[in-house]
Structures are given as C-alpha cells and as structure tokens.
Design a protein around this ligand. Structure first.
Ligand code: ACO
Length: 335
C-alpha cells in the first residue's frame, strides 16, 4: 500500500508584528533582525484567536483542496508543542470540522520537527494500520512562551498553522519515498521551555505537609535558547539527515525539485542548500513574512508554494525539520 499528499492548507492570525514594532519593546533594529535571520514580520495570536481555530481553518482548506469529506478523515495528528490543553488539542479539530465518525486524534510534541514526524507517522498508519485519510497538522503559538524582554529570542518566532491530507493509494502512486528521524536529549540544554513548579504552601500544616508531601502547581518557563549552538547544530545535522533520506530513496540531490526546510533562519536555509548543492531558485522560503512558526513552518510554506503554482503535481520535495528536544528529521515526498 502507498500513501500520497492530496491537499494542503494554512492559516495565520490577523495581527502582524514588524521588526520596527519589536524595536519599540527591546533594544534591536530592523537591520539587525533581517540581516541575521531574514525575518521582517511575524503573525501573533491576540484577542479571541485560538490555536485550535487556526489549525481547524488550515485543516478545512486541506480537505477542500483534496475534495475529501470531513467524515472520511480517520486520523488527525496535531503536531504542536503549545496545545491549549495539557491533555492535547487534537480532538478539538474533528469537533471543529464537524466529523461525525469520531476519528482518532492526538497530539505529537516534537517542536519544530513535529510536522515531519507527523507526516512519517501518517505514512506508517496508512501502510500498517488500515487508515485511509490522515490529517497532519503543524500548529504552534510560541508567542505564548517567548520572553518578550529577551531580544535574542522574541524576534524569531511567529504563530501559524498548516495542514496536509495524506491519503492511502496504490503502491505505484506512493509519494512518501524515504525518511530519517533522530533525537539528542543531550542538546536539550541549548533550547528548552522547562516545567516550573510552585509549592502550594497553604496546604502545609504547622508540623509540615498535611499529605506527607508538598502539592505543587506547575507551569512552563519561557523559551531559553543558545542561538549559536542551535545554529551550529542545524547546519551540521540537516544536510546529513537529508542525504541519508535521499540515499534510502535511491535519489541524488539533483533529483530534488524543492528543498523545504523548517523556516528558522535564512542563513541556516542558505547554508544547508549550499552544502547540498541545491540552487537558490529551488529553495522554498517564506520566513521573511512569518518568522519561525515551529511545527507550522513546513506546511505553511508548502501551502503558499502549492497555491502560487511553484510546487506542481509530481514534484519531489526534500523536507526537513529540526529544533528543540533536540529533534530532527527529513522526508522525501512527492507532491
Ligand atoms: N538585536 C540586536 N542585537 C542582538 C539581538 C537583537 N535582536 N539579539 C542578540 N543581539 C546581540 C547579542 O546581545 C550579542 O551582543 P554582544 O556581542 O554585545 O554580546 C550580539 O548581538 C551577537 O549575539 P549572538 O546571539 O551571538 O548572535 P548570532 O549571530 O548567533 O544570531 C540568532 C542570533 C539570530 C538567534 C542565531 O544564533 C540563530 O538564528 N540561531 C538559530 C536559532 C534557531 O533557529 N532557533 C530555533 C530552533 S527551532 C525550535 O525548535 C524552537
């Protein structure tokens, strides 16, 4: 059995924040940000916006493009590190789409690698598990976990959602050629947003805890990042990962129509393209407008490239995600 990509969609919040806007709250400039990162604008959730709302909008557009009914979706994989419910946001998507068939829906947490992992998982479910229509959604709102006083991180991120519908097909039509997925927990110290625990003192009696332990309330710290280390990691690991996936697919770099990397920094994208000898006209980039949207960045850029006619049916795409965990992964797919 094979699986193929049959539709895509995306959604971004209405509020746009420019580099000049950020220069009003931290000591930075449009020039510094655009030269070091390639980012000029980003969208940020505000007011009544919700991540689930964005994700559902992206998913709806993907179903419309594929001309597939919401009731025919049998699995929803919501790739996000910023769910609106600790227990997972995914079941809210079929609810919002009005699916009457109660499809399996769960979250995948793998930061900026989440979407590639979701895509590969969709392929495995279709090949081994009898699933037919899998919605893979990448959606993140890192603006909720950014320290808005830290100029080293608050300039990088934006909020967005992107979705792809992966469908079962005959093996001759298979569009997921090969993949390569990894993690390195050692590197977590370079990029994280860890748990913060606060003891609830009012439950302490005069002789100590009434329960034999101190109950705690938890939340998460803001994003902490060593930008230089993450940069070095990405430039080293992403070309290796794509080369490994290409080798498994029996393809060479020259067979790629499009290089579609997680949109973190234009300098990372350029360095990887140079290492793989992919010319700049075959590299997809939209981070100037949206910044680093974490798990959403690959489907967001794919959707724009498909709808603008850049990516055509039959094109081969090398996609790679990398980020916190640390995690990274590549997939060679046909649109
Ligand atoms: N404006 C002005 N100056 C700044 C800013 C800013 N926004 N941010 C940092 N600086 C200053 C620093 O304070 C430092 O000043 P100093 O030399 O006086 O100490 C100087 O600029 C250089 O800082 P660096 O951090 O060394 O700058 P660098 O060239 O490494 O660029 C950047 C920083 C853009 C963050 C880069 O390291 C990068 O893009 N790294 C990759 C990050 C990334 O992709 N992270 C996301 C991973 S995806 C995920 O999973 C969430």
């Amino acid at each position: 059995k094979g699986c193929k990509l049959v539709g895509c969609g995306s959604a971004v919040p209405g509020l746009q924040i420019s580099n000049d806007d950020l220069a009003k709250i931290v000591d930075t400039s449009d020039e510094w940000i655009s030269v070091r990162t390639g980012i000029r604008n980003r969208r940020v959730l505000s007011g009544k916006d919700s991540l689930v709302g964005l994700a559902a909008e992206a998913a709806k557009k993907a179903l419309q493009m594929a001309e597939v009914d919401a009731d025919d979706v049998d699995l929803v994989l919501m790739c996000t590190s910023t769910p609106e419910d600790l227990f997972g946001s995914a079941p809210q998507i079929p609810k919002a789409l009005g699916c009457k068939n109660n499809p399996l829906a769960y979250d995948i947490t793998a930061a900026c690698s989440g979407f590639v992992l979701g895509l590969v998982s969709a392929g495995c479910y279709i090949r081994g598990g009898g699933f037919n229509n899998v919605l893979v959604i990448g959606a993140d709102a890192l603006s909720r976990y950014v320290d808005w006083t830290d100029r080293g991180t608050c300039i990088l991120f934006g909020d967005a959602a992107g979705a792809v519908l992966v469908q079962a097909c005959d093996s001759e039509e298979d569009g997921l050629f090969a993949f390569d997925l990894h993690s390195d927990g050692e590197g977590q110290r370079h990029l994280n947003a860890t748990i913060k625990q606060k003891e609830t003192d009012h439950l302490l009696g005069t002789n100590g805890s009434l329960l034999g332990f101190s109950p705690r309330n938890s939340s998460y710290s803001c994003i902490q990042m060593n930008g230089k280390e993450v940069f070095r990691f990405a430039v080293r690991i992403v070309p290796q990962s794509i080369e490994s996936a290409l080798e498994k697919a029996g393809l060479a770099g020259s067979d790629i129509d499009w290089l579609l990397l997680h949109q973190a920094n234009q300098r990372i994208i350029d360095a990887v393209a140079t290492r793989l000898e992919v010319p700049s006209e075959r590299v997809i980039s939209n981070l100037a407008n949206f910044g680093n949207t974490s798990a959403a960045s690959i489907p967001l850029a794919l959707d724009e490239a498909v709808r603008s006619g850049k990516v055509q049916p039959g094109h081969t795409i090398a996609a790679a995600g990398f980020g916190a965990g640390l995690t990274w992964g590549s997939a060679i797919v046909r649109w």
